[in-house]
Design a protein around this ligand. Sequence first.
Ligand SMILES: CC(C)(COP(=O)(O)OP(=O)(O)OC[C@H]1O[C@@H](n2cnc3c(N)ncnc32)[C@H](O)[C@@H]1OP(=O)(O)O)[C@@H](O)C(=O)NCCC(=O)NCCS
Length: 278
Amino acid sequence: MRVSRPVQFAESVRVQKSAWGQDVSSTIPAHLLIAAQHHGGLVLGAYDGRRMVGVLFGITALDNGRPYHYSHITGVARSHQSKGVGFKLKLAQREHVVKSGQSLVKWTYDPLQGGNAYFNIRKLGATCRTYHRNLYGRLDDSFNRGRLTDRFEVEWHIKNKRLRERIRGLPVSARLRLKGSRLLVEIPRNITRVRDVSLSAANSWTLHDRRIFENYFDRGFSVTDVIVDNDEDRIFYLLNRSTIRESAEFSGKIESSHQHLPGLVRTDQSTLTVTQRD
Ligand SMILES: CC(C)(COP(=O)(O)OP(=O)(O)OC[C@H]1O[C@@H](n2cnc3c(N)ncnc32)[C@H](O)[C@@H]1OP(=O)(O)O)[C@@H](O)C(=O)NCCC(=O)NCCS
């Protein structure tokens, strides 16, 4: 919810300290949040009962005169992380920004923080094409102390079809004209669990992967392996256009049939580069 009372803004400082550590230099003070809330910014709080457990703060920004939303912080109290609170805050932000007539949200994050990479790119469907070297200079919070503050600047195209599919947990549009000789096709980790939550989502996955398998089998590809990425709890088929013997080793370039696969997939046996060519 959009916070409004001074005491709620003060509470949001406590949440920031829980998320980033006690260092005061990296927290946004309540008075600045209040000013922003009244002048084109957005401050949202997430509550567990009456207790604030998550905070999000963004401002309206301009790119060559065109407004977009710049999301400066999203933080969840340590006790409540990885329970879906951050995701709900971002969805609420999306709703507010759509209502205000904008279609783009940007923010930065440390590309070497694996959890944030998963949250921002995979779960939220943000994309990145801008790299900042040492953007903030020195920061003294628990994550950044002593480190260079290089950042990915991500774009969240909130009205985009791919993004809407992603945040609903549906497979995104299939890519059927890939030209490489190997590709990865993702399947849900546990389709029965998906079915139990949403029958239509489970059937969407079947229809989606069916199109991909039929298309690539017709084009001479075979399934030659299964790759389990335990770090991300994801599972992929490896499809190969060469003979089965030749494909026993999987190194080199691999394409992805889903637009949303990450740039890099680590397995126990090797590192696979997933390229994103059509
Ligand atoms: C980043 C943050 C806002 C996310 O909020 P959250 O409530 O923890 O996020 P959610 O629970 O909605 O989603 C996090 C997802 O990442 C996963 N995750 C968490 N840590 C992970 C890690 N190290 N590696 C891979 N995945 C990870 C969670 O399992 C969850 O995925 P799932 O829902 O598919 O299981 C929160 O963790 C936080 O405040 N972190 C510290 C401050 C920070 O870094 N802010 C963000 C700056 S961009």
